[in-house]
Design a protein around this ligand. Structure first.
Ligand code: N01
Length: 545
């Protein structure tokens, strides 16, 4: 053992991350009597909501659904102020939960887990942190999120830049002063689209470097009527039931109508109604075949493109902002005044697909066309999604095989249910690759995983089972199933962080279960009912084996 590592202690469970996932995991494990320690790199709870403090950061799921729902009391004890909560409000909410459940005493902040190696002889995980802690745990559980490993493209010259630069996912904990500044932002995904309108109002000039335009729908965010909120709280049981059974983790009045069953005029009327209402309705509520049928998808995409052309006064800019891939093949973005921002005199849109970025210079950014002078450069360049947060730790299972080796660096990401891995006993991932997680309202996905894992650990304890591990066969079958389900969707037809296409050198694969939250929950429940079918137990008393 490295001598600088001071042995801390032995725990039943070590959990990585104190966001939505790690916080609830800690609560459930404590309730079940497991000694648990959570490690969190931030100085407070919140996970992505602790770090993503960029201007305009706001959730794209309605606040009434973006909650823990395991406790009616907890739900009713918090009152959201807006339809779509901003980063500050969500972070306040998570601190309210941490206070109410007294979570912080078992969380070690400002500490990263650097390695977790499975010790086969002692059937335990040997874990190390960047603060020199060395500890052991029977169970190693990751709650690291799917989009927490931020990514900065490898542009040369960043070190030479004389101005300030930031990544949206690691925004400083102080106000960035944009006044009289020339600002550049790279990236027009959810983060960029939220930040651009806010920064444009403050900066002297904003240059947006866009590689691929994204579809964005108006959020039409607004303060919540207290009477409405009260009514929602009273309907808690119903809201929870609907959210859990739904495809995306929130209740929607799903339609049974397809685009082919109505006339062009009726279709446009429906889209217009939902566009005016705000939110994801245009894509998710209008017709039942937009996400599965290319022709149906095109009617929706064309409607949004027409809107872009109506809003953006300069037709050349409107054209540049119009995507060419199917709508909702990437996570749909909700915005406030995004397209309107391009009518401002102090905003320039640069197409870096046409004229790629070559380098960062001391003065700014150079594309193949010209050099742009900048005081502040912002990377809204996203994340190494799904596998990134896990592979940034050195996780090794049996025979010292690392997760990176097992997944062949992401080209063969294989898991059982997105929860477990063959060859990695007593290791659980909350919303890991090949779970449905990111394709909906993530807190609902998290809660389902945490409940499943906690119930599983209680089962192991009750039956005196020492280790649990996914079988290779079950894992291969699940992974194959995920790929088959994905082939019937539009997600695999477009490059995005879902497929890993945004990371240089990352093999393309869609490591997400696209069958919907409700169906997935049923599958996981059935596996548990069948005494954890597809898992291998070690240490089972003979009479039960
Ligand atoms: O990241 P992204 P994000 N040169 O990957 C561009 C969640 N989220 O942080 O598309 C030039 O979507 C890249 O271009 P391209 C949500 O799930 C939620 O915005 O690869 N450009 C793209 O435009 C979301 O889906 C919320 O061609 C480069 C952008 O950077 C996910 O996080 C808020 C480049 C990255 O977009 C990720 O969103 C924020 C390069 N070398 C995030 N490399 C809400 O709840 C990358 N880009 C509202």
């Amino acid at each position: 053992m490295n001598e600088t590592h001071v042995k801390l202690s032995n725990f039943d469970a070590v959990v990585v991350g104190a966001g939505f996932a790690g916080m609830y995991m800690l609560h459930r494990l404590r309730e079940a009597g497991f000694s648990t320690r959570v490690f969190e790199s931030g100085a407070g709870v919140g996970g992505v909501w602790y770090w993503n403090r960029y201007p305009g950061a706001r959730c794209d799921v309605e606040s009434i659904y973006y909650n823990y729902m395991f406790s009616e009391e907890l739900y009713k004890g918090w009152t959201w102020t807006h339809k779509y909560p901003d980063q500050t409000e969500i972070l306040n909410y998570l601190n309210y939960v941490a206070d109410t459940l007294d979570l912080r005493r078992d969380i070690q902040f400002e500490t990263k887990i650097t390695s977790a190696h499975y010790d086969e002889a002692n059937k335990q995980w040997n874990i190390k942190t960047d603060k020199g802690n060395s500890l052991t745990a029977k169970y190693f559980i990751t709650g690291v999120g799917c989009i927490s490993a931020s990514h900065i493209p490898k542009f040369t010259g960043l070190d030479s830049f004389k101005g300030e630069w930031y990544h949206t996912a690691h925004w400083p904990h102080k106000d960035v002063n944009f006044k009289n500044k020339k600002v550049g932002i790279i990236g027009t995904g959810s983060s960029g689209i939220q930040a651009i309108p806010v920064i444009a109002k403050k900066a002297a000039h904003l240059t947006v470097f866009q590689r691929t335009p994204q579809y964005s729908l108006p959020a039409r965010n607004q303060p919540l009527d207290p009477e409405y909120v009260q009514n929602i709280k009273e309907r808690f049981q119903e809201i929870r039931k609907d959210a859990r059974a739904s495809r995306n983790g929130y209740s929607l009045n799903a339609t049974t109508l397809s685009t082919q069953e109505v006339t062009h005029e009726e279709r446009e009327k429906k889209y217009e109604e939902l566009w005016q209402m705000g939110g994801v309705g245009v894509v998710q509520l209008a017709f039942n075949n937009i996400l599965t049928n290319e022709a149906a998808n095109e009617t929706c995409a064309n409607f949004v493109k027409k809107k872009i052309q109506e809003i953006v006064k300069d037709p050349v800019i409107a054209e540049k902002l119009s995507p060419t891939y199917p709508i909702a093949a990437k996570r749909i973005v909700l915005d406030t005044d995004y397209y309107e921002t391009y009518n401002r005199d102090n905003v320039t849109l640069v197409d870096v697909k046409k004229a790629p970025i070559i380098e960062v210079t001391p003065k700014g950014l150079r594309t193949t066309d010209e050099e742009y002078d900048l005081d502040i450069l912002i990377f809204a360049t996203g994340f190494d999604g799904m596998t990134g947060p896990l592979l940034r730790m050195d996780i090794r299972g049996k025979d010292g095989v690392s997760l990176k080796e097992k997944w062949e660096n992401g080209s063969q990401t294989r898991t059982y249910l997105g929860i477990a891995n063959a060859g990695f006993p007593n290791f659980f991932m909350i919303t890991g690759p090949e779970s449905p997680s990111v394709l909906g309202n993530v807190p609902v996905a998290i809660e389902q995983h945490v409940d499943w894992i906690a119930n599983c650990l209680e089962y192991l304890k009750a039956n005196r089972i020492e280790t649990i591990e996914a079988s290779k066969e079950a894992e291969e079958k699940w992974s194959r199933h995920c790929q088959e389900v994905a082939q019937n969707t539009l997600y695999v037809k477009t490059d995005s962080w879902y497929t890993g296409a945004n990371i240089e050198g990352k093999p393309k694969r869609f490591p997400i279960y696209a069958g919907g939250y409700g169906t997935y929950r049923e599958i996981c429940d059935e596996i548990a009912i069948k005494n954890y079918e597809g898992f291998i137990f070690v240490g089972v008393p003979l009479e039960q084996n």
